[in-house]
Write a protein that binds this ligand. Structure first.
Ligand SMILES: Nc1ncnc2c1ncn2[C@@H]1O[C@H](COP(=O)(O)OP(=O)(O)OP(=O)(O)O)[C@@H](O)[C@H]1O
Ligand SMILES: O=c1[nH]c(=O)c2[nH+]cn([C@@H]3O[C@H](COP(=O)(O)O)[C@@H](O)[C@H]3O)c2[nH]1
Ligand SMILES: NC(=O)CC[C@H](N)C(=O)O
Ligand SMILES: [Mg+2]
Length: 510
């Protein structure tokens, strides 16, 4: 059966997959197409509507990605998001220019003209922005439906032609009525009819994995984190004891993590081998300061260790990783997207690999993986673990990594997490951790001058890691954690709390 889709036209946004997913959540099939897809190909798919994604370029720049102009003659409703809105304004005769005021993170949207796109939505609400350009002049036939402090044309529309543009991002959870806005577009404006149910992802994947693997054996890179644990259990269902799980202790784990992971995984019945490679990793990282270089060294060393281990397993042909969509897109693994950072398991991989990758969750987000984990019967304590990056504490010690700093960071981090759990914050937070800064700062302890290291605390709320906001702790809690860290961790003389959202910052510091 052919399903009519909403097509997401990709201009290189970090959020393309998120847009497609939101549409699917609304019950409409959705596909992503590259911005230069020929019109005939688009026509063949009989889309209900098009959504132009955001993107890193500026429309007025040389070589900016712009779709063929007859896309506007398809007679299909269009919604442009951020760069997508700017594309519409630019191509239909308006003007886009660099703005004096950039907007990153939260902004207040004010509706100035009611329209069906705002059905069921109040006149003012918070949206999430990430742009430096703005529409300075509307194309003919367009009007402004909403504004924000720094965007005089935050929502524009040609109602007659069913073309809409949002300067903000309705697809991210931090935009309060994002889901409703998208729903109003696909149902209200495009008149789409429900045609998509979250398919039985698990049974489809199990079937697919059996076909791909055949009689071979699979090495799983198992970190004990949510993604690789769920992935391993899924593959275990598919091929049983032809799966061999390896957990690598790279010396960059948190205090007590190795033991905790071992216990959790054995309880799940997964065949596990723990490999101590800490000497190797720490040796390779010596003298390296650049974050991208650290990530690449770690990614390469991981693979080296897996390939070595694979030699002990006959007919080991595949490497299973718990890679998620955000890892892929941030590493510029999607055509047209900007590189933000090289996730060790994507861009950090060596050019030549002997093992073939299996990544069942490459198109999913963490909350979806948690959902699958629940269906597979994985206990809540494992599914509720905060994400922990593969490069571990190496990217939380800014600059060069050494053993002395690792000890300091491990202790500070342990105190922070312990207090989060004790005070009931842990489960309300997406991810929290301590970072060791490469600076010293003056203090006074017991009437003596000190000159010691600085710990930054980070805690964020998010649902998929693509956008995030800092967690509002009560001051007393922060005060308590600060005191414990300075009193209990030798070498730390100052504690700061990070109040940056994503964007403009990322969750990790490197
Ligand atoms: N210490 C490790 N040993 C073996 N594999 C690892 C290790 N750390 C990371 N990996 C591999 O790298 C992948 C990406 O790591 P990442 O931290 O994003 O995911 P995760 O650990 O599975 O889940 P979470 O994000 O919840 O920590 C993992 O899914 C796993 O395949
Ligand atoms: O396995 C991983 N390998 C990596 O190289 C890596 N870098 C960041 N992260 C995690 O990804 C999420 C988004 O992080 P950022 O906002 O810092 O990009 C956050 O949850 C980060 O902890 C990584 N995970
Ligand atoms: N997020 C985006 O789509 C950004 C669009 C454009 N590059 C700007 O800065 O305004
Ligand atoms: Mg992890």
């Amino acid at each position: 059966m052919k399903r009519r889709p909403i097509l997401v036209v990709n201009f290189g946004s970090q959020y393309v997959q998120l847009i497609a997913r939101r549409v699917r959540e609304l019950g409409i099939y959705s596909e992503i197409v590259h911005w230069d897809t020929p019109i005939d190909e688009l026509k063949e798919k009989e889309p209900y509507g098009l959504i132009f994604s955001g993107g890193p370029a500026s429309v007025y720049a040389k070589d900016a990605p712009l779709p063929p102009k007859d896309i506007y003659e398809l007679g299909v409703p269009i919604l442009g998001i951020c760069y997508g809105l700017q594309v519409i304004a630019h191509q239909l005769g308006g003007k886009v220019e660099k703005s004096d005021h950039q907007e990153y993170g939260r902004a207040r949207l004010k509706v100035v003209k009611r329209d069906k796109i705002f059905e069921g939505i109040p006149d003012e609400f918070d949206v999430w922005m990430s742009h430096a350009d703005k529409v300075a002049q509307l194309p003919d036939g367009f009007e402004t439906l909403a504004v924000s402090d720094n965007s005089p044309h935050a929502v524009i529309a040609s109602r007659e032609r069913k073309i809409y543009g949002f300067q903000f991002h309705p697809e991210v959870v931090h935009t309060v009525y994002g889901r409703e806005l998208l729903s109003n577009f696909v149902y209200g404006v495009c008149g789409a009819e429900r045609n998509w149910e979250m398919g039985d992802f698990i049974s489809e994947k199990i079937e697919e994995i059996r076909n791909i693997v055949g009689n071979a054996q699979v090495i799983a890179a198992l970190s004990g984190g949510v993604d690789s644990t769920v992935a391993s259990l899924l593959v275990h269902r598919a091929i049983g004891d032809r799966l061999h799980c390896f957990f690598i202790d790279h010396g960059l784990l948190r205090l007590g993590e190795r033991e905790e992971v071992e216990n959790n995984l054995r309880a799940l019945g997964l065949p596990l081998k723990v490999v101590d490679a800490s000497e190797l990793f720490l040796e390779r990282l010596k003298g390296v300061e650049d974050p991208e270089e650290k990530r690449k060294i770690i990614g390469n060393t991981f693979i080296e260790v897996f390939e070595r281990e694979a030699k002990g397993v006959e007919r080991a042909e595949f490497l299973l990783q718990g890679t998620l969509y955000p890892d892929v897109v941030e590493s510029a693994g999607i055509k047209g997207s900007a590189k933000i950072k090289t996730h060790h398991n994507v861009g950090g991989l060596p050019q030549r690999m002997h093992l073939k990758l299996i990544e069942p969750f490459r198109e999913l987000f963490k909350d979806e993986v948690r959902e699958i984990g629940k269906l597979l019967g994985i206990p809540k304590e494992i599914l509720g673990r905060h994400p922990f990056p593969g490069p571990g504490l190496a990217i939380r010690i800014i600059g060069e990594v050494n053993r002395e700093d690792l000890e300091i960071l491990k202790k500070a981090d342990r105190i922070f997490i312990e207090e989060l759990k004790k005070n009931g914050f842990y489960d309300r937070i997406w991810q929290a951790f301590a970072v060791l800064l490469p600076i010293r700062s003056v203090g006074v302890m017991g009437d003596v001058r000190t000159y010691e290291k600085v710990i930054a605390l980070r805690a964020v709320e998010s649902t998929d890691g693509m956008t995030a906001d800092w967690y509002r702790f009560p001051y007393d809690f922060l005060d308590h954690v600060m005191r414990r860290i300075i009193n209990e961790v030798r070498g730390v003389g100052r504690v700061v709390y990070d109040v940056s959202s994503k964007p403009p910052s990322t969750i990790e510091w490197e």
